[in-house]
Design a protein around this ligand. Structure first.
Ligand SMILES: NC(=O)c1ccc[n+]([C@@H]2O[C@H](COP(=O)([O-])OP(=O)(O)OC[C@H]3O[C@@H](n4cnc5c(N)ncnc54)[C@H](OP(=O)(O)O)[C@@H]3O)[C@@H](O)[C@H]2O)c1
Length: 324
C-alpha cells in the first residue's frame, strides 16, 4: 500500500514537471516574436527551426521576402556604370522588363539611377531598388541614409544593405531599422556576411535581414553558406554571376557551361543565371549592352536538369574574384 502511494506521488510529480516544461517552452517561444520581429537572443536556433526556405515563384518571377514585400528574381547590377552609360543601362533594363536595380553609395551612380527610373514613366511601386551603406558611412548612418534618399529621389528605398561588415555596423543597421518604422526604407539586408558574421550579428539586431548579397558564381559557389542563409528565411542574392569584369570570358567559355548552353539552345550567360535561380539565388548581372541586358532576362523558358546542375556544381574552385 505504502509503495503504491509512493508510485502515485512520483507519477504526479513527473506529469507536473513535464507540464510546466511544455508551458514554459511554448510561452517562451511566443515572447520571442513581436510584430514580425524576433527579439530573443536565441534567434538563429529559432529561425532555423522554422525552415523558412526562400520560395521562388517562377510564374511571377519574384520571391516574397520575410519583410512581406515581393522582390523580382532577376535584376540589373550597376557596379562600374556611371553617367549616361548608367542612365541608359537602367532605361534599357526597364524597357526589357527588368524591375530590380542594384546600386550602392560606393558606385557613385544613385542620382543617374533615380533619374532614369523617374523618366521611365513606370509606376514607382513596380520597381525594386536596392542600395547600400558603405562602412565609411557607419559612423553617421542617419546622414548617409538621408543622402541616399536625396540622391535617388524616388520617394522610398525598397531595400538598403550594409555593404560590408565594419566598425559600428550594428548601430548603422539599427538606424536603418528606424527608417523601416517610418516607411522610408521597406526592407533591410546585408552584403558580404558569411556564416560566422551572421552568427555574431543577428542576435544584436531587431529586424531580421530580408536579403544577403554575396559573391556567387560557378567558380565560387558558397555551397555551405547558401543553405545556411536560406534556412534563416533570408533570401540570397549573388554578385559577380559571370565572375566579374576581367573574368567573364573564362566562365562564359567554360566547356561544361558551353555544352549545357548548346543542349538548351541558349547562351552561357543564360545557363549561369538559370543555375543560380534553380539554387534559389537571385541574380543581378551587370551590363551596359542592351542586347546582353535583354538576353539576361530571358531565363525562364528552359530548365536545367538535375544532372546539369550537378555538372555546374562540380566546377566549384572556391576561387574568390574579389577580396571581400
Ligand atoms: N555587394 C557587393 O559587394 C558587390 C560586389 C560586386 C558586385 N556587386 C553587384 O553585382 C553586380 C554584378 O556584378 P558585376 O556587374 O560586377 O559583374 P558580372 O555581372 O559578373 O559581369 C559583368 C560583365 O559581364 C558582361 N556581360 C553581362 N551580360 C552578358 C552577356 N549576356 N553575355 C556576355 N557578357 C555579358 C558585362 O559586359 P557588357 O556590359 O558588355 O554586357 C560585364 O563586363 C554589380 O553590378 C553590382 O550591382 C555587389
Amino acid at each position: 500500500m505504502k509503495k503504491k502511494i509512493i508510485y502515485i506521488v512520483l507519477a504526479i510529480v513527473i506529469v507536473l514537471i513535464i507540464g510546466f516544461g511544455v508551458y514554459f517552452l511554448l510561452n517562451g517561444k511566443e515572447k520571442q516574436k513581436e510584430n514580425g520581429k524576433v527579439v530573443n537572443e536565441n534567434i538563429i536556433n529559432e529561425l532555423e527551426k522554422e525552415e523558412n526556405i526562400a520560395n521562388f515563384n517562377f510564374e511571377t518571377k519574384s520571391v516574397k521576402l520575410n519583410s512581406g514585400y515581393e522582390m523580382p528574381l532577376n535584376g540589373l547590377g550597376t557596379y562600374s556604370l556611371t553617367g549616361d552609360t548608367c542612365y541608359n543601362a537602367v532605361s534599357s533594363a526597364l524597357k526589357s522588363g527588368v524591375r530590380l536595380i542594384d546600386t550602392a553609395y560606393m558606385y557613385g551612380n544613385e542620382e543617374e539611377i533615380g533619374e532614369s527610373i523617374r523618366d521611365s514613366g513606370i509606376p514607382r511601386e513596380e520597381i525594386f531598388v536596392i542600395t547600400k551603406l558603405y562602412p565609411s558611412q557607419f559612423d553617421n548612418p542617419k546622414e548617409a541614409i538621408e543622402l541616399a534618399l536625396k540622391k535617388l529621389d524616388i520617394g522610398y528605398i525598397d531595400m538598403m544593405l550594409l555593404h560590408h561588415p565594419g566598425t559600428n555596423d550594428v548601430s548603422a543597421y539599427k538606424e536603418m531599422e528606424k527608417y523601416v518604422e517610418s516607411g522610408k526604407i521597406r526592407s533591410l539586408g546585408l552584403s558580404n556576411w558569411y556564416v560566422e558574421e551572421l552568427n555574431d550579428f543577428l542576435p544584436k539586431i531587431n529586424i531580421i535581414p530580408a536579403l544577403v548579397q554575396n559573391e556567387i558564381h560557378p567558380y565560387y559557389q558558397e555551397n555551405d553558406v547558401i543553405p545556411f542563409i536560406q534556412s534563416l528565411g533570408i533570401v540570397v542574392q549573388g554578385w559577380y554571376p559571370f565572375g566579374g569584369r576581367g573574368h567573364t570570358s573564362e566562365l562564359l567559355n567554360n566547356e561544361t557551361i558551353v555544352k549545357i548552353a548548346n543542349n538548351h539552345n541558349v547562351s552561357s550567360a543564360q545557363v549561369i543565371l538559370r543555375w543560380n535561380l534553380q539554387k534559389g539565388v537571385v541574380v543581378i548581372p551587370g551590363s551596359s549592352n542592351p542586347d546582353h541586358i535583354k538576353e539576361n532576362t530571358d531565363i525562364y523558358g528552359f530548365e536545367l536538369t538535375e544532372e546539369e546542375m550537378q555538372e555546374i556544381n562540380a566546377l566549384d574552385r572556391n576561387e574568390k574574384h574579389d577580396w571581400y
